[in-house]
Design a protein. Structure first.
Length: 340
């Protein structure tokens, strides 16, 4: 009789659990709770393990990351009823859920990225007029765009390290602050003898780009479900591309072709500069008060299992491993157009 009871209990737990996980995977992400460590031990790696002779450890995750709950439920053949009750309860569980405010987080980032991309080509697209107005060469005007690439190269890895240590919100706030500062510095450049002010504001924008442009995949991974990560990442990148496109459209449509009229050109530059400063200020304030580091629950099983087994990462070794990975190197060379 004892053997029959044990066999029945195995079938009761093991088979429905596997079938339930298969149904979950086919139907997509749903709101609910699941035990992270139980998923790791009994679903992914050991589907046939005897539940009665195993320990199930659960971890409870909270928004602040400070509260943890570690409990061990031992299933003993002599106490079948107690083990059954403990396994069904699974009090320490991680919740998988999507929040509507994830779209607000993505929108705030996209707006910040758009305002950072706008000034990148705003002077080079009308280089002949700007060079005449500021009495500089075309090569000097081109440096207002090239400075973005010059700053990005040495700072991208330190900024990624900072983001890994401080999180998304701190990184995005720094980028928004630099956008705001650069736009207000630009407001002091509306005079023919202030080319150096232009370079100063463009350099500040370039620093902001390093903090902003690397965030889309991280925001998508932290806030969006497995089926939405690709689309969310694409929309985050689209914000920067939209800003660059507007930078090609708005300045030529608002500036005159006659560089001898100094007053009109100063006014036209101010019409572009002052609204940019106002918009960047509003975006900074909204991000500070409304942007959230992460949701109250995990958006996908991948994020939950990642956090349950997360350990300290050696950043230097990770970079070395990345640059030794052939597909990444090929993508780097192809996207960087080094073959041209």
């Amino acid at each position: 009789m004892l053997h029959i009871s044990i066999t029945s209990l195995r079938r009761f737990y093991a088979v429905p659990e596997r079938r339930g996980m298969e149904t979950y995977q086919k139907s997509g992400l749903k709101t609910g709770c699941f035990d992270v460590n139980y998923y790791n031990q009994n679903i992914t790696t050991q589907p046939s393990q005897d539940i009665l002779n195993s320990n199930v450890t659960g971890t409870k995750y909270t928004m602040n990351g400070n509260e943890t709950c570690n409990s061990t439920v031992s299933c003993n053949e002599k106490t079948v009823e107690s083990g059954e009750k403990s396994l069904r309860k699974q009090s320490c569980a991680a919740e998988v859920r999507l929040f509507k405010r994830r779209f607000l987080m993505l929108f705030l980032f996209a707006m910040c990225s758009m305002m950072n991309g706008f000034p990148q080509f705003q002077y080079t697209v009308v280089a002949d007029i700007v060079s005449c107005y500021y009495r500089t060469s075309l090569n000097d005007i081109n440096w207002t765009c090239v400075v973005y690439m010059v700053v990005f190269l040495p700072l991208v890895f330190p900024v990624m390290y900072l983001m890994d240590k401080k999180g998304l919100k701190v990184t995005l706030i720094i980028g928004a602050v630099l956008n705001c500062l650069g736009s207000w510095v630009q407001c002091f450049s509306f005079a023919p003898d202030r080319y150096i002010v232009i370079m100063a504001c463009q350099t500040i924008y370039a620093f902001g780009q390093v903090f902003v442009i690397s965030l889309p995949p991280f925001i998508a991974g932290v806030w969006f479900g497995a089926a939405e990560v690709g689309l969310a990442c694409a929309m985050g990148v689209f914000g920067n591309q939209l800003g660059i496109a507007l930078g090609f459209i708005i300045p030529p449509s608002m500036m005159t072709n006659d560089c001898t009229d100094k007053v009109d050109i100063s006014y036209e530059l101010s019409v572009i500069g002052y609204p940019m400063a106002a918009i960047n200020t509003v975006i900074l304030i909204v991000i500070v008060f409304f942007f959230q580091e992460m949701p109250n629950a995990f958006p996908s099983i991948a994020q939950a299992t990642k956090n349950s087994s997360q350990t300290e990462t050696d950043y230097g070794k990770s970079l070395k491993k990345l640059f030794c990975y052939t597909p990444f190197v090929l993508l780097l060379l192809g996207y960087g157009k080094l073959f041209k």
